[in-house]
Design a protein around this ligand. Structure first.
Ligand code: VG1
Ligand code: CO
Length: 543
């Protein structure tokens, strides 16, 4: 074994987006492409002597090759130890959990999350810091600067290690431990939730269906829901991670989890349905013939949090990303705790969680989490819901309907225009920004504009400022339209339009969502000229 220094030249565009660097698999397969990025991460970290690194991914195509490369480079960089998931597998929340539990310096997650996989699909890599959370912008920016000027990287010529069996190995002077991907995570879940109550609920005939979408959360859900909580075999469907996710988008929303939606719409549907995404950090919650919007899910969990043992002491605060509906803010107000509004992306919650300012966090994009780790967490959200259902004896629909009756309903939908021309998308946003200043006070038919701006966030902990985080048009009654461009796509641009209408009157709490949002949808089209700029009369995906 020896360590080699390899000459390289920089690749353009290795700037991490909302959640790491995501590109087509073919881009990552270019010689030196992954190596350049990994060396830039290590150069940003500096001396790693004596330190531990965690490595794992969602099992998508190219995952295992990338793990072997990273292990050889970590050895060359002088890490003392690497913890790697068996088979190269670790969900995003499990990486966060393992980093924190084992006092690692950080971790590398190989995933493009909900983006499709396979040889023609996407691949991704992100770095998580010592607190277990995604690297903040200051770190990702430094990594990017390194990628721009990189001239060499260092790598051991050691042979591949066997990832298939738990155990110890060595590369150069570095110890490698292949760990069970589920064990540490499952142990943490047992501390947070009332497993006995959930077990009793299931033993009493309560039925559930969890869709692993052939992505990483299958093994976690099987071990916890079936083996530990007694759900009958087969309660977890599509449970085996596949390199191409069975050809589907591992994106837990009603459009992509069509099989689960069908199961939950049947007359003999289970009581509870859920799905998670490629890397296991997202969740979709369903009742029988009833789906819960992620924004409502956050609000319901917050309102009932003290029913779960891990949250019995109460919440310190609730944080949500700006486009997420304001339902959780109403709960925070009722509980007398602070509500925070951050830019899109979990990295913005890290400081609030570390500082003890927030306990629960959520995003409209099927992401929910808490201070138990520093990532959003799909299986955690499922267990939280099961704990509430067991503790209250109510159905999913009942819990949500009662929530609306108490707090009012925030109708919510996101319209995505995927793969549009990037130049046109940027022009659309630019032309919107020009209009903002003149919008306050404008009468838009059903609505009057209270204010319109481009969301800017000043982190209350470290004072860092993030600009241009989404154009929002806020009406005098709290209804909103938000426009932003995705930072996770790999083809052209994706325009996201977020629509929210607040309705206090229970007589209007059961309208079809798109109908309830009809007037706002029209205003969004008129104000932004979506069809003119993108050539699209309709969104690609509506959730
Ligand atoms: C999307 C979501 C955002 C989420 C991010 C990463 O980002 O909107 O809320 O944090 O994906 O989630 P964007 O920039 O495409 O809107 V995941 O599960 O893909 O790591
Ligand atoms: Co994800």
């Amino acid at each position: 074994m020896s360590i080699n220094t390899v000459s390289t030249t920089s690749f353009p565009g290795q700037r991490p987006g909302t959640s790491g660097l995501r590109k087509k698999v073919s881009v990552f397969q270019q010689p030196h492409y992954l190596e350049n990025f990994v060396q830039s991460v290590f150069d940003t970290l500096g001396d790693c002597a004596g330190k531990t690194l965690v490595v794992g991914g969602d099992g998508r195509f190219h995952n295992r090759e990338a793990v072997q490369t990273i292990l050889r480079m970590a050895a060359a960089h002088g890490f003392a130890r690497v913890l790697v998931g068996q088979g190269g597998i670790l969900s995003t929340p499990a990486v966060s959990c393992v980093i924190r539990k084992h006092g690692a310096l950080g971790g590398i997650v190989l995933s493009a999350s909900h983006n499709p996989g396979g040889p023609d699909g996407d691949f991704g890599i992100k770095y998580n810091i010592e607190n277990g959370g995604p690297a903040p912008e200051s770190v990702t920016e430094t990594i990017y600067q390194h990628t721009e000027s990189i001239t060499q990287y260092r790598i051991s010529d050691a042979a591949d290690i066997d990832l298939q069996r738990p155990g110890a190995a060595r590369i150069e002077a570095m110890d490698v431990e292949v760990i069970d991907p589920v064990a540490d995570y499952a142990e943490l879940m047992q501390q947070l939730f009332d497993f006995d109550a959930i077990r009793q609920l299931i033993a009493g005939g309560f039925r559930l269906c969890f869709d692993g979408m052939h992505a990483v959360s299958g093994p976690y859900a099987k071990a916890i829901l079936e083996d530990q909580l007694g759900a009958p075999a087969g309660s977890v469907i599509n449970a085996v991670p596949l390199e191409d996710f069975g050809g589907h988008h591992p994106d837990p929303n009603p459009v992509n989890a069509a099989q689960l939606i069908e199961i939950m719409a049947a007359d003999n549907a289970p009581d509870f349905g859920a799905a998670s995404d490629g890397d296991g950090d997202r969740n979709m919650i369903l009742g029988r013939k009833f789906d819960v919007t992620p924004s409502d899910s956050l609000a319901v969990l917050a309102a009932h949090a003290t029913l779960a043992p891990g949250y019995r002491a109460g919440l310190k605060g609730i944080a949500r990303s700006m486009p997420t509906s304001q339902a959780a803010d109403r709960v925070a107000r009722a509980l007398g705790i602070p509500a925070f509004e951050t830019p899109t992306g979990w990295k913005f919650f890290g400081n609030l969680l570390d500082a003890g300012k927030a306990t629960l966090c959520g995003e409209e994009s099927y992401g929910t989490g808490s201070d138990h780790i520093r990532e959003k967490d799909g299986v955690w959200a499922v267990l939280f819901w099961l704990n509430l259902l067991a503790a209250t004896g109510k159905s999913v629909e009942q819990l949500v309907s009662e929530h609306w009756a108490r707090f009012g309903r925030n109708y919510y939908s996101r319209h995505d225009y995927e793969g549009v021309d990037a130049h046109a998308a940027n022009e659309l946003m630019a032309s919107l920004r020009i209009k903002l200043a003149a919008m306050a006070g404008q009468d838009l038919g059903h609505y009057v504009v209270d204010f319109a701006d481009d969301f800017e966030y000043k982190d209350p902990v470290d004072g860092s400022v993030s600009k241009q985080q989404g154009v929002r048009i806020v009406m005098t009654n709290g209804s909103r339209i938000v426009f932003r461009l995705s930072g996770t796509g790999t083809e052209g641009a994706t325009l996201r339009v977020y629509l929210e209408r607040y309705e206090a009157d229970p007589a209007f709490h059961h309208l079809p969502t798109q109908q309830a949002l009809g007037p706002l949808i029209l205003i969004a089209e008129q104000v932004a000229g979506i069809a003119d700029w993108t050539g699209r009369a309709h969104p690609t995906v509506t959730t």
